[in-house]
Write a protein that binds this ligand. Structure first.
Ligand code: TRP
Length: 333
């Protein structure tokens, strides 16, 4: 049996945070051992809402690559590359555009949400509106079976599955593969320290690169249950982000359950919960931060890894594009 293929990616708009770690990096680490894994830094997808800040994208390509390597994604096991270096991707998207309606593209809850939060001044750029379609090209170019992503990416995977079915149906072929999303144990997006979506612009993210004192400062900002006014009051752990984080990152479920029970009964100061969270997150992030520093000081090595990744990725994408063109019937010589 041939090995399954995994493709996933991130937009390089900021360094990666613990939401990425729980949402998809941990899953990728598992998968890189058993599957052919492609990991894309989606710089082209980051351009539509950063047209006047390409520098941010350039900088963060390097930061994200350091994050990947620091958590243990290995260039020996997976192919890490930059989206814009693979010209076959937009070419594939050009053909897929014929298999989807404008209306279907418009019905994407993630894009709708993003459009709302970004409040574009002069209307939504077409490139932004269409990015899910380009993402279909990303996924199918590598014949991915699995796409480890956060829940917010579900509409893109569904679109991919639809287009793959439509393509195979229309051109009487089976060359394109219907991918499956793979989710982590997180069943929703990990919130930021203030309970809102974790994002750079809200300043509520804990980054993999954060120094210890910063992590501690951020954890201390987490609010307690608003109904728990004094230490003796009963609290609801479900209303406290510190518990949400413990649920995800603390390997000792017994300790977390005990803290939750005491929190419910009243008498447990939030400080105790936060101290536990500080202990758990600092020990999780320490090796990552240390690895990261080493990679960060080796710029040439990082770009060498990315270049090698591009060479491998381009071959795969070319082969898919050739098959797609033959299936359509536009292969002439
Ligand atoms: N949309 C993804 C994000 O916002 C990034 C991405 C681009 C991606 N292409 C992809 C993810 C293909 C999975 C598969 O982070």
């Amino acid at each position: 049996m041939s090995r399954k293929i995994v493709l996933t990616g991130d937009r390089p708009t900021g360094p990666l945070h613990i939401g990425h770690l729980a949402g998809s990096l941990q899953k990728r680490l598992e998968l890189q051992d058993s599957c052919d894994t492609y990991i894309m830094i989606a710089d082209a997808q980051a351009i539509p809402d950063n047209v006047d800040d390409i520098n941010k994208i350039r900088t963060n390509i390097f930061e994200v690559a350091c994050d990947y390597l620091a958590v243990g994604l290995s260039p020996e096991k997976c192919c890490i590359f930059i989206q814009s270096t693979i010209p076959q991707l937009p070419e594939l998207a050009m053909y897929y555009l014929n298999l989807v309606t404008i209306e279907r593209i418009g019905h994407n809850p993630t894009v709708k949400q993003e459009v709302k939060s970004k409040s574009f001044k002069n209307g939504v750029p077409a490139g932004f509106y269409l990015y899910p379609l380009y993402q279909v090209a990303d996924i199918t170019a590598f014949q991915a079976n699995f796409v480890p992503v956060g829940k917010d990416q579900t509409p893109m995977i569904e679109l991919t599955r639809d287009i793959v079915r439509k393509f195979n149906d229309t051109y009487k072929t089976n060359i394109l593969i219907e991918p499956q999303a793979i989710y982590s144990k997180l069943n929703k997006t990990l919130p930021g320290i203030d309970g809102q979506k974790m994002s750079k612009s809200l300043g509520n993210a804990i980054y993999l690169s954060d120094e210890e004192d910063i992590v501690i400062k951020k954890i201390k900002k987490i609010k307690s249950d608003p109904l728990k006014i004094s230490v003796d009051d009963c609290g609801d752990p479900d209303n406290v982000i510190a518990f949400t984080y413990l649920d995800i990152f603390d390997k000792d479920i017994g300790v977390v359950n005990d803290l939750k029970n005491r929190y419910r009964q009243g008498g447990l100061p939030d400080r105790v919960v936060k101290d536990r969270l500080i202990e758990v997150l600092l020990s999780l992030l320490k090796p990552i931060r240390e690895n990261r520093k080493i990679y960060h000081s080796n710029r040439d090595q990082i770009y060498e890894i990315l270049k090698l990744g591009t060479n491998i990725a381009i071959e795969k994408a070319k082969s898919t594009l050739n098959q797609v063109k033959s299936a359509i019937g536009i292969s002439y010589y």
